[in-house]
Ligand binder design. Structure first.
Ligand code: RRO
Length: 305
């Protein structure tokens, strides 16, 4: 039997394994991201970077809830220009870097894509789906035609693979995914967090200062899995799964639904940064036990009738 391989190729981006951190998780400094890579991730994803530094929302911005967590960070980031040296540093250390980014207009998306491309990122993840900011900045992924336009403009600016990260907070994710593909997206990341809230019954007020936040963690996994399933049916480009992945078995579920790779965020809170290596161990074990020699053989298998 041939040697077992966890290596994947996502739209030309070759990675040693299919597990990455989700944007925003340990993504603020190169040292934290290097730690993610050393702990076993195949690539790292930066915090979503915008055209200007942003403080984000006031505290509380994070609350644990049953089955996961809610966050309303509000896109805090130092600005893309500041992160140029951080990306260069990571590249010097041999770490594959996917730069997550956003803008408040088509031009801002293009400007930030230009900065991050010049910085030497290996791929870009266009964040079209933050649930915690005003519509025009966050929920681009609710409007197929705007998303297509932004994707076209970004693809015109960069030669890097562009992954478009979608929201689960839409009626028909297939239409949105198709629009991103028409715009030239090289892959789809499905999905960002689920809009949610929590109330303190003693204070009789919402816990998050922003009132609502994005739900992540094991409780959203079935929703994210359904999104991956639908997106994989709608497009011919690779899909990256995100939402509640904690174990190798979870990652395999996403792959069977059609994901070529997965992003892991909230599990770091419960399992520490070692979770990246543990998930890879679980994937390897599954491949071995089921007679597969590569991750590719599993992708989309549950879709075959
Ligand atoms: O910073 C945030 O509040 C945030 C972002 Br940019 C995102 O894409 N998803 C999320 O749950 N929180």
């Amino acid at each position: 039997m041939s040697k077992l391989s966890l290596a994947v190729d996502i739209a030309g981006l070759k990675l040693r394994n299919p597990v990455m951190n989700a944007a925003g998780v340990l993504g603020m400094t190169p040292l934290l991201l290097k730690h993610v890579y050393d702990s076993g991730a195949g690539a790292v994803i930066t915090k979503s970077l915008g055209p200007h530094p942003r403080a984000g929302h006031p505290n509380p911005t994070l609350v644990r809830v049953e089955g996961g967590a809610l966050n309303a960070m509000g896109l805090p980031n130092p600005g893309a220009e500041y992160f140029v040296d951080e990306i260069k540093e990571l590249k010097k250390m041999g770490v594959p870097v996917i730069a997550s980014f956003f803008g408040g207009s088509v031009q801002e998306f293009v400007d930030v894509a230009y900065i991050l491309t010049k910085a030497g990122a290996d791929a870009l993840e266009l964040n079209a789906s933050c649930p915690n900011v005003a519509e025009e900045m966050g929920m681009l992924a609710a409007d197929a035609s705007s998303l297509e336009k932004v994707t076209v403009a970004v693809k015109d600016e960069t030669s890097l693979p562009v992954f478009v990260k979608l929201s689960p907070n839409v009626t028909n994710i297939k239409i949105i995914a198709k629009a991103a593909e028409w715009g030239g997206a090289d892959a789809i990341t499905a999905v960002n967090t689920l809009k949610a809230m929590s109330i303190d019954i003693n204070f009789k007020r919402p816990i998050l200062a922003n009132t609502t936040g994005g739900m992540s963690g094991p409780a959203v996994k079935p929703v994210a899995l359904r999104c991956v399933w639908e997106v994989a049916q709608a497009v011919d480009i690779p899909v990256i799964g995100s939402g509640g992945v904690t174990t190798g078995g979870d990652a395999i579920e996403f792959m069977l639904a059609g994901a070529s790779a997965v992003e892991v965020g909230t599990a770091v809170m419960t399992h520490g940064v070692e979770v990246y290596g543990q998930i890879n161990d679980g994937i390897r074990e599954y491949l071995k036990e089921n007679g597969f020699s590569s991750v590719k053989e599993v992708v989309g298998l549950a879709q075959d009738s």
